[in-house]
Design a binder for this molecule. Structure first.
Ligand code: KIV
Ligand code: ZN
Length: 514
């Protein structure tokens, strides 16, 4: 069977989801997991856009051994120079450069003629080719472009040295039959297309990204660009897990395979969700909490008699942990380490100390500790966000006859304990106001969500929040059996991220600023 390459852009297009900003350590952690998952290409960032993106591409290039590491650029020498520098330690570097092709992009965004756009594209590829052999060219907004002009550009950039042709449906406008026909016509009409791999990059504005990508594959594309959990600009990108499992479960139909180790899918999904703070909807195909839950009596009866009556995928195939082993305070450090290893975590001694300390607290409060509890404990205790302010204590009074009031103690940057109090419209508001009095960093809370990690009244609460500071959005997560403490932890996590990122004040460059 023929192979389809999986190009993961979680760290670039995925990170363009509002509030998904990741620090360099988090990006490296995700890149390592993407390698374990077996992706062929990791797009690690847009190096010229910010020092953070440059560092991420450089650090990912240093740790990834097997996959191609790719950096995005506009088709201009200064972007390409910066990307070449960021990719210099990569074993298999790729430059991903390109320009708009639709008339709406050429006339209103770039304000250049078709001829000029083609000339700039060709020049960009020729320039990049001086430094790197593997050049991918993106035809931005191909989904709404004139196919004749599109084919002209494809032929010219392949002639200039492009090895991969990326056909993005940037706005998620195409339907599967249209998009499949577009890919087929490029393959049939461009005379030198046999010298390049055709790639599809579909957005989900009409909920058709996965269908469009698979239609492109049916028509001859041999690379799919996608993200874990489908995160990305606006409504998101093609979901990696859906495309991969579509090709695997329906192999007889597609006659194609990928190199993805599907047993790593669930773990990768959890990692990306934990680090970006973007929760996975429960009914999400393949990795959602309900993807393998059978609720109606008739279905339960069927599955108990024969799993395949209502399940087309064995949950083990996507790495959903089979037995939910329970740990208790008496389980000890050895049992905890063993279970963490089984769940795929390798922690160093310091991390293990923190996780074990927290595990004992949780086990004391809720007696039974489930795998899901361990996942949030590990996420909380091994976060690589620099801790400028640490929660020491929080105390709240609230009720329908009293004014919600909170007193908070934090350990500040110089180790001193700082305490303050305030009141608010509710207990969380009071806590956040008290924290604000200490940290004094202006921001706006734009999203707050809370969910129970497991069932039962003693479940851990996991709070995810987003705060806005200027143009930037920061995510914070925190867990605890007390929802007020979990809320305080989440807020401090977001504030620490904001403080850490405040140093990189360089202006961001967008793709349209040519
Ligand atoms: O959606 C898009 O067109 C992109 C390109 C930059 C590849 O993300
Ligand atoms: Zn995109």
């Amino acid at each position: 069977m023929d192979f389809v390459r999986i190009f993961d852009t979680t760290l670039r297009d995925g990170e363009q989801s509002p509030g998904a900003s990741l620090n360099v350590h988090e990006k490296v952690e995700i890149a390592r997991q993407l390698e374990r998952l077996g992706v062929d290409v990791i797009e690690a960032g847009f190096p010229i856009s910010s020092p953070g993106d440059f560092n991420a591409v450089r650090e990912v290039s240093r740790v990834v051994r097997d996959a191609v590491v790719c950096g995005l650029t506009r088709a201009v020498p200064k972007d390409i120079d910066v990307a070449v520098e960021a990719l210099k330690d990569a074993v298999r570097p790729r430059i991903h450069t390109g320009l708009g092709v639709s008339d709406v992009h050429l006339q209103h965004k770039l304000r250049i003629s078709r001829e000029e756009a083609k000339r700039r594209g060709v020049e960009g590829v020729r320039y990049a080719k001086r430094f790197v052999e593997d050049i991918e060219y993106f035809l931005e907004d191909a989904g709404r472009a004139d196919p004749d002009y599109l084919c002209e550009v494809v032929e010219a950039v392949i002639e200039a040295g492009a090895t991969v042709i990326n056909v993005p449906d940037t706005t998620g406008f195409a339907t599967p039959d249209e998009f499949g026909a577009l890919i087929r016509s490029i393959i049939e009409r461009v005379p030198n297309i046999d010298r390049a791999t055709v790639s599809v990059h579909c957005h989900d504005d009409l909920g058709m990204a996965v269908a469009n990508a698979l239609a492109g594959v049916r028509a001859g594309a041999r690379q799919v660009e996608c993200t874990i959990n489908g995160i990305g600009e606006r409504a998101g990108n093609t979901s990696l897990e859906e495309v991969v499992m579509g090709l695997k479960v329906r192999a007889a139909h597609y006659q194609l395979q990928t190199r993805i180790i599907t047993q790593e899918l669930y773990k990768t999904s959890r990692l990306v969700s934990n680090l970006t703070g973007i929760l996975v909807q429960p009914n999400k195909a393949i990795i959602g909490a309900n993807a393998f839950a059978h609720s109606s009596g008739i279905h339960q009866d069927g599955v108990l008699k024969e799993r395949t009556t209502y399940e087309i995928i064995d949950p083990r195939e996507v790495g959903i942990p089979e037995s939910k082993i329970l740990l208790t305070a008496r389980s000890g450090r050895h049992a905890l380490t063993h279970r963490l290893e089984q769940l795929g975590y390798t922690l160093d001694e310091t991390q293990l100390d923190r996780v074990y300390g927290r595990f004992l607290q949780v086990a004391d409060q809720k007696k039974m500790v489930y795998d899901e509890d361990l996942e949030v404990i590990v996420a909380d205790e091994t976060s690589s966000v620099r801790v400028t302010y640490e929660l020491v204590q929080v105390q709240v009074t609230s009720g329908d006859r009293s004014i919600p009031t909170a007193t908070v103690s934090l350990r500040g940057p110089d180790g001193a304990e700082l305490t303050d109090s305030d009141h608010g419209t509710g207990p969380v508001d009071a806590i956040y106001r008290a924290i604000n009095r200490i940290v004094q960093t202006e921001n706006e809370l734009i999203e707050f969500s809370i969910q129970a990690v497991t069932e039962g009244i003693d479940a851990l609460a996991e709070v995810t929040i987003r705060i806005r500071h200027g143009h930037n959005i920061y995510t914070g997560r925190g867990s605890h059996s007390d929802i007020c403490v979990a809320s305080a932890r989440a807020y401090l996590h977001a504030l620490n991220r904001l403080i850490e990122n405040r140093e990189s004040t360089a202006p961001e460059v967008a793709l349209d600023q040519v």
